[in-house]
Each structure stands twice: as C-alpha cells, then as structure tokens.
Write a protein that binds this ligand. Structure first.
Ligand SMILES: C[S@@+](CC[C@H](N)C(=O)[O-])C[C@H]1O[C@@H](n2cnc3c(N)ncnc32)[C@H](O)[C@@H]1O
Length: 233
C-alpha cells in the first residue's frame, strides 16, 4: 500500500520548512494504521484543537518531538485522565507512534500531528488551553551557527507560556549539557514562568520516567541526562 495523494495532502505536510528530517521509510503495515487512525485522531492543518472532539474538562497535555512515541504511550498509560497531543515532524516516528498507541489501546485519547510545533502552537492551540508540555531530548544542533535552529528560543518560550493555563507545566530533558543549560537559561528569564528547582536549577529525574530512545543513546555514550520543570505563574 502507498498513502494516497489525498491522504498525504491532508495529513502529511510537505511545504512547511523545518530544521530536521520529515520523511523516511514507513512499512506497509504502519501505512495501514496511519490510514485507519489519522482520519480519527489526526490534526489536519485547517483544524484547531477546539475542533478536535476533545471531551470538555479533561487536562490537555502535549508532547513535542515524540520520536517513536514510547514516552507518549507511557503518558497515556500512566495518566488515563489526560488527553494527549503528540507533535512530531518525522513521518516514520509518527507511523511508529500511531502503531504503538493503537497496540496499547490508548490512541483514542490522543491527537496526533506531523506539523511543526511552532505552527501547531501558533495556529491550532488557543491561549491558556494546555495543562502541560513535555519536550524530551530536542535536537541539539551543536554547531554555534546552528543554535538558532534549536527549538527552545526566546519567542518559542513565550509562545509556550501563552498556550499554558496558569499552573500549567513545561518539563524538558536533555542528555546534552550545553543544550540543557541553553534551555534552562532561556526559560529562567521567560516572563510568567517559575523554575521549580530555583533559578539555574535542575530537578531530579522523575522516578517513573521511562528512558526515551535518545536518553538511552546518551547513556550509552556516557552522558548524564538533566531534567527541567517550569510552572506558569
Ligand atoms: C533528538 S529527537 C528526540 C526524540 C524523543 N523525544 C526521544 O527522547 O527519544 C528530537 C525529535 O524532535 C523532532 N522535531 C524536531 N523539530 C520539531 C518541530 N519543529 N516540531 C515537532 N517535532 C520536531 C524530530 O523529528 C525528532 O524526532
């Protein structure tokens, strides 16, 4: 099976510029699951979260850059009261995550999009609509001339804060020390946010947190992951 043009036009974005890969191999079985589930849980670019048939009143929590979806499955399994919004530009990641969420029987409480997080937050999420946001091991872009590609930037941090409810959280992880410091330093001075560990601080690793693929990769390379927790005032 190949995804039809009509399906691709609706659920797979080609035209928006992103830093990071969007395309790669998707198995026939994964394509079948995308065809089955994205019409039900996919967030197309014309829709907003308000049109996404989310039940009223439940906390809405987003994971940005969910990779293969393992952490999203963990969130759905450990927080049956949450509605989850998964945002990931890499199509093979979206395909794996849809299959895993389906296998775990939790996909109906998720909304999934392959659009870039900047677009989703700007155009599809209302002010104060989110209860929390997770960003695990975002792309490090190690060269100084590429630092502007890192997802956490001053404007992006302000956008995140505007989309959170008062009391809402942002939780981040990185196995790259300079990126962790970069994210902490930007978020520490973003108006309306408080660092739960105190300015300049990191939290302990949450004990129930599974290791994501990139945390495992960092471990194998001898890097120690660091964790950040901010709350909107
Ligand atoms: C280094 S991987 C980490 C994946 C996963 N969170 C983990 O810990 O294993 C970073 C992920 O962020 C995704 N990503 C990069 N830019 C993005 C954007 N603007 N919006 C959504 N996802 C993005 C990439 O495609 C990639 O899957």
């Amino acid at each position: 099976m190949r995804l039809t043009k009509e399906f691709r036009d609706q659920f797979i974005q080609h035209e928006m510029r992103t830093h990071g890969r969007k395309n790669g191999f998707v198995t026939t079985g994964q394509e079948a699951r995308l065809m089955e589930w994205l019409p039900l849980v996919g967030l197309t670019k014309e829709k907003t979260l308000a049109d996404a048939n989310l039940p009223d009143g439940a906390p809405v929590v987003m994971e940005i850059g969910f990779g293969n979806g393992d952490f999203l499955v963990h969130l759905a399994e450990t927080h049956p009261e949450w509605l989850l919004v998964g945002v990931e530009i890499y199509l093979p990641g979206v395909a794996k995550a849809v299959s895993r969420l389906d296998d775990a029987g939790v996909i109906e409480r998720c909304r999934i999009t392959q659009l870039p997080a900047q677009f989703v937050l700007t155009n599809q999420v209302a002010e104060a609509q989110l209860d929390g946001v997770f960003i695990n091991h975002p792309d490090p872009w190690p060269k100084a001339r590429h630092h502007k590609r890192r997802i956490i930037q001053k404007d992006f941090a302000e956008l995140l804060v505007s989309r959170l409810k008062p009391g809402g959280f942002i939780k981040l992880a990185s196995d790259k020390a300079d990126l962790a410091d970069w994210m902490r330093d930007i978020l520490d001075v973003t108006p309306g946010l408080t660092n739960v560990a105190g300015v300049g601080g990191y939290i302990e690793r949450d004990s129930d947190r599974p290791e994501t693929k990139f945390e495992q990769r960092g471990n194998r390379a001898g890097r120690i992951s660091q964790f950040l927790h901010f709350v909107k005032d």
